[in-house]
Design a protein around this ligand. Structure first.
Ligand code: UN1
Length: 505
């Protein structure tokens, strides 16, 4: 069917990219897909009903029953093909990410690179899904563990990393022998359909089951149907702490597992010895990059009193020179916020920060950007204390400055928020650096030295503590969450010795 002509050049650009990515769109539907660049509608997509979600889970479960019998290294061939397709279509998919999420092209491409990287990791992993052999107390016995495929994994993702978060989950789930049903954010449906088209093509090329990867789109009722379905043993949800607190009890009520990657309120401690040139670059990327819309974005800088004025002066100078505008322009470094509501959230946070005694030292207001979009100036607010607004994650480029005198005090301030995702310290003092990454230092899942809190690579486990939800995705041994463990004791003797020396029969 023919599409209605989109109302803006950005929309036309998106439709051309979608066609090249092999996405066929039907006309009409109740979900409006638009770009934050100019706010204009690109197309409409039909939302799924809860009944259709149940059907999708049923098909995925059937696919799982076959897929779990395929040797893991052969499953890896499917993920390798997906990675090849992503390499081939990197420019188009990266551009679509920029159009739909509003991040600059370099970051859109970087997000697709992150998908390629996790596919590579998963392919290698497909030959390394290992358990332990454990010493047994019984003669003529062997005790071992195996990791088996789990089932259908439900993935719920947010608008800000519209494709990478799916791939961290999906690439691992696929090599682990699972099927995936994905509910993307309503604000990033088109990139999800593009990923689905590539996954379907990879399945066709490698003979993987047709329904191994599925996408369901819609509002909360679609997510709830996925969360409540007993055929979904694992729900991996990325988004706000509020969303996670709604999802986790529902999954727990049916004794399912959830893997949560929720809000962050990430900080950097800047010590007297910090290399300020490097620190300023690290802080600006983490705080203003992606227009402050990463879960890892830097939101608080806790700076030693002796270097505070110098740091704030340099940061404010860097902020004033950040080009704001369409993320498709190569010179732009700060694109739009996702929608008008996010702009209101920015205004309200700046007003509250002022009311709590803050002084705006850079930004603080809207920017004209592109007509129809919501653009704000990256903002720095010097705060007298870690007041309520500083404890709140506002998904916008606002950086709060707090001052400290002793490292203990800085670490205490650092850890005194409810979130626990990512963190960093800028120091050339090895005692300070090691203290920060030690058991008495940062309480976050990620703690860095001399780099900002955002921009993690996929080889490490990604996620955080406290209100961030406790889940770990991506590298290290995060794959174990997508499998079930069995402990097997095998008796190859002619005797039947019982454990703990129990005598019976
Ligand atoms: C997110 O914002 O949900 O570490 C994920 C980073 C990226 C991932 C962010 N690799 O900033």
């Amino acid at each position: 069917m023919t599409q209605t002509a989109p109302s803006s050049p950005v929309g036309a650009d998106a439709l051309a990219v979608l066609a090249r990515l092999g996405v066929s769109l039907a006309t009409g539907g109740d979900l409006v897909a638009s770009s934050p660049i100019d706010g204009a509608e690109i197309t409409r997509v039909a939302a799924h009903t809860p009944a259709e979600v149940a059907e999708a889970v049923g098909r995925a479960h059937e696919a799982f029953l076959t897929w779990r019998t395929v040797p893991a290294p052969v499953r890896g061939a499917f993920v390798r093909e997906l990675g090849e397709l992503l390499r081939e279509h990197k420019d188009d998919l990266g551009r679509l990410v920029s159009i739909e999420a509003g991040k600059i092209l370099s970051e859109g491409l970087g997000e697709v690179q992150e998908m390629i990287d996790i596919c590579d990791l998963a392919v290698g992993l497909s030959r390394q899904l290992h358990g332990l052999t454990i010493a047994t107390e019984r003669p003529g016995h062997r005790m071992m563990e195996q990791w088996h495929p789990l089932g259908v994994v439900g993935v719920i993702s947010a608008f800000n990393f519209p494709v990478a978060v799916w791939s961290w989950n999906a690439a691992l789930a696929f090599v682990c022998g699972d099927a995936v049903v994905w509910k993307p954010s309503e604000k990033s449906v088109l990139t999800a359909l593009a990923c689905q088209a590539l996954a379907a093509e990879a399945a066709r090329r490698t003979g993987a089951p047709e329904h191994l990867s599925q996408v369901v789109v819609g509002a909360a009722d679609v997510g709830e149907a996925l969360v409540d379905d007993p055929r979904v043993p694992l729900v991996s949800a990325t988004g706000s702490t509020r969303m996670g607190k709604a999802v986790a009890p529902r999954v727990a009520a049916r004794l399912g597992r959830s893997l949560l990657e929720l809000g962050g309120n990430n900080a950097a401690i800047v010590a007297p010895s910090a290399d300020l040139d490097l620190t300023v670059r690290g802080l600006v990327f983490s705080a203003a990059g992606t227009a402050g819309q990463r879960c890892t974005s830097l939101r608080r800088v806790i700076v030693h009193r002796s270097v505070k004025d110098e740091l704030v002066r340099r940061l404010a100078g860097a902020y004033e020179s950040l080009p704001i505008g369409s993320p498709l322009e190569p010179s732009t470094l700060v694109g739009p916020l996702i929608d008008a509501a996010a702009g209101n959230g920015f205004d309200a946070a700046v007003a509250q920060a002022r009311a709590e005694g803050g002084t705006v030292v850079a930004g603080g207001s809207r920017d004209d950007g592109v007509a129809g979009g919501t653009y704000v100036r990256p903002t720095i607010v010097d705060m007298p204390a870690q007041s309520a607004i500083v404890e709140t994650e506002t998904f916008a480029p606002i950086l709060y400055v707090l001052t400290y005198d002793e490292l203990d005090e800085a670490i205490a301030l650092h850890n005194a928020v409810s979130q626990g995702l990512s963190s960093s310290i800028f120091t050339l003092d090895v005692r300070e650096a090691e203290t920060f990454v030690s058991a008495v230092g940062s309480d976050c899942g990620i703690a860095n030295v001399n780099i900002g809190p955002s921009g993690a690579e996929i080889g490490g486990a990604f996620g955080g503590e406290k209100d961030t939800g406790g889940g770990r995705e991506s590298g290290s041994d995060a794959w174990r969450a997508y499998m079930r463990r069995t402990t097997n004791t095998v008796n190859y003797s002619t005797e039947l010795p019982l454990a703990q020396g129990v005598e019976f029969l």
